[in-house]
Ligand binder design. Structure first.
Ligand SMILES: O=C(O)CCC(=O)C(=O)O
Length: 256
């Protein structure tokens, strides 16, 4: 794997917007392998899995007896699932890109506690993800992590691709702007104005979205007739430690 180095322009765009798409970064052969393994694990419902009923987002099945209750939302622990995911997560292309984006010279570390999954968005029973920052439940010395979202297939409006608010990683909002689960309250005029600035992030297979852990993002339901699969890992710098005894410190991080 040998992607071109990140340009100054790309680096500046990430700093300004809080996200950056590197088109076609995932090698085709590796992507196909990941697609095949993810498909098998999904077919056989290999644990650990987070189901749509676990997230309880709008549109999710209400309880274990409701239609669609066994719909997977995330195949968890992707790093431990298969060598193909480890190989992608620790590839030099990701390492070099992250080092440039973090910009401190420290080694990037893969957190096994957050994301570390294959997002599975199924037609029929998928739910809506409201506007949030990933940092809301993460505990590190600094709110400065980067997630790497790789599209195994096409991601577009119809199958519930991500939407982001450019520059929102720099905002600090009052607590009253959020609901109890720390989603932006969609009823507030000031939140409506912010959400009005959103951009849709459409991805082709193999495209990779890098986004800051403070960036506000959301996603819709999958209205297509195929399951959408995305491989997602999160990284912190070696000098940014998870806080002891929190969810962020359950498993050791992997140094790139
Ligand atoms: O695909 C989605 O529904 C978005 C998931 C998401 O934003 C997250 O897990 O933080």
């Amino acid at each position: 794997m040998n992607a071109p180095a990140l340009s100054d322009l790309e680096n500046a765009a990430f700093e300004r917007d809080g996200y950056l798409v590197r088109r076609g970064l995932a090698p085709e052969a590796l992507r196909h392998q990941m697609q095949r393994i993810a498909g098998e694990h999904l077919e056989q419902l290999i644990a650990p899995i987070e189901y749509e009923i676990d997230v309880q987002y709008p549109g999710a099945p209400a309880n274990a007896d409701a239609p669609g209750a066994r719909t997977s939302r995330r195949l968890l622990q992707a790093y431990a699932r298969h060598e193909v995911f480890r190989s992608w997560a620790t590839s030099s292309d990701i390492g070099v890109t992250l080092k440039a984006l973090f910009g401190s010279g420290q080694d990037p570390m893969l957190s096994q506690c957050h994301h570390n999954c294959i997002m599975t968005k199924a037609p029929g029973y998928s739910s809506v993800t409201l506007w949030h920052q990933d940092n809301r439940y993460w505990s590190f010395d600094y709110e400065n992590l980067i997630s790497v979202w790789m599209a195994l297939g096409t991601e577009d409006r119809q199958n519930g691709c991500l939407r982001v608010i450019p520059g929102s990683h720099k905002l600090t909002l009052d607590s009253g702007r959020f609901d109890a689960a720390l989603f932006l309250r969609p009823d507030l005029p000031e939140n409506k104005a912010l959400i009005g600035q959103a951009e849709v992030v459409e991805l082709s297979p193999g495209d990779v979205l890098f986004f800051h852990s403070r960036l506000f993002h959301a996603a819709g339901r999958n209205l297509s007739d195929e399951t959408k699969l995305s491989v997602v890992f999160t990284y912190h710098e070696s000098g940014n430690h998870p806080i002891h005894d929190t969810r962020s410190a359950r498993f050791p991080s992997i140094r790139l």
